[in-house]
Write a protein that binds this ligand. Structure first.
Ligand code: DC
Length: 217
């Protein structure tokens, strides 16, 4: 069975936590697509590229150098890497080269959950369930700041807030695959509800779609 859950949303909205929990609940495979953009950003920085003049060759090398070890690096979560990721994500050549991998991942048998910015609109426009998660800026910044504190990252609430704002603006206003909710996405505001409550809403939606597939097969 092929079943795709697309979870998009703003930075720090909780889409990663939700995506992982949904994948565990249904035993679907999970891909944090933001991590791919972060890994490209990390590799470009470690090649000491001039980030204002990145060539297609640099990008291809940075994508080819992505591996399991890099994807597990704690540094990928840093604010600075997030900012570079958001910047390079505006480049059509980067997006085009990450698209095939994401689509292949989504279409594997047994179900897949992908989270990002353009999953419901560009990567998997035919996804079975689409969710767009958002929360107020202050709630998102506080949550992110708390996570950073737990992981002993040195940062301040104001720095986290500025980083979220800058990335959201860049991600929303870029020409290619901007962060916008797909017309058929369920809009979820997680500001005032718990993760558990968000999950209950999404599970209800997924179960409805799964039932349709069972009835039609
Ligand atoms: O989800 P994240 O915060 O780890 O993503 C980091 C950046 O990567 C984000 O600011 C924009 C980019 N990104 C994207 O353009 N498209 C995606 N599907 C996922 C992430």
């Amino acid at each position: 069975m092929r079943f795709i859950v697309a979870i998009d949303g703003t930075a720090g909205s909780g889409k990663g936590t939700i995506g992982r929990a949904i994948s565990n609940h249904y035993n679907f495979k999970y891909l944090d697509t933001g991590l791919l953009y972060r890994a490209v950003a990390f590799n470009l920085r470690s090649f000491s590229c001039d980030l204002t003049r990145i060539s297609k060759k640099n990008i291809l090398q940075a994508i080819q150098a992505i591996n399991k070890n890099i994807l597990e690096l704690k540094e990928l979560r840093e604010n600075e890497i997030g900012e570079i990721a958001s910047l390079i994500a505006t480049k059509p050549f980067v997006r085009a080269n990450l698209l095939v991998y994401q689509r292949d991942f989504a279409n594997q048998k047994g179900g897949a959950v992908l989270d990002g910015r353009d999953i419901g609109t560009v990567v998997c426009p035919d996804a079975d369930v689409k969710i767009f998660v958002n929360a107020t800026e202050s709630v998102r910044a506080q949550r992110r700041f708390n996570q950073f504190k737990e992981q002993n990252f040195e940062t301040s609430y104001n720095e986290v807030l500025a980083n979220l704002r800058k990335r959201d603006t860049q991600d929303r206003t870029r020409q290619i695959a901007p962060m916008v909710p797909s017309k058929d996405a369920l809009l979820l505001d997680s500001s005032a509800i718990s993760v558990q409550e968000s999950l209950e809403i999404i599970i209800l939606r997924i179960n409805t779609e799964l039932k349709k597939i069972t009835l039609n097969s």
